[in-house]
Design a protein around this ligand. Structure first.
Ligand code: ZN
Ligand code: ZN
Length: 145
């Protein structure tokens, strides 16, 4: 019950009508608390949502910044809830089950990276607009065969 309220509140805050598919998709993302592929989201709905409507829902949610999408290293589209304080964050990928997890770098490390980027930007005379820092490993998951 609590989860559904959270999803409804998110939709209301953005003036998006709380349709069933939107709530179902959001509930899954809230519960997972980590990035998910659209396939996994659809699987999680246990047949309640078709892949085409899942794409539509994600597009609607992206329009109002409730979710972000990004590409995983194996070029899958991953969806995650947008974070309010969103400057940016980083991801840890499991190379076996492809699960992505959010990680936070501490502020001083992030600051050091930015200084390094400024330096590189100047010495190469190129405007660096973004950076990505990803970690790869193997999680301790039953998903692994
Ligand atoms: Zn993330
Ligand atoms: Zn894994």
């Amino acid at each position: 019950m609590k989860k559904r309220n959270a999803s409804m509140t998110m939709l209301r805050l953005k003036d998006l009508s709380a349709t069933k598919p939107r709530i179902q998709v959001l509930d899954i993302l809230v519960q997972s608390n980590s990035p998910m592929s659209i396939d996994d989201i659809v699987k999680e709905t246990k047949g309640k949502i078709a892949i085409s409507s899942a794409y539509r829902v994600i597009a609607d949610l992206m329009d109002v910044n409730i979710v972000n999408t990004f590409q995983s290293p194996d070029s899958k589209l991953l969806v995650e809830l947008a974070q309010d304080d969103s400057s940016h964050h980083h991801h840890l990928y499991c190379t076996s089950c492809k699960k992505a997890t959010d990680i936070e770098l501490d502020a001083s490390l992030e600051e050091n990276i930015n200084q390094l980027i400024n330096k590189i930007s100047k010495s190469n005379n190129i405007t660096i607009t973004d950076h990505s820092f990803e970690l790869y490993g193997e999680c301790d998951s039953k998903n692994h065969k």
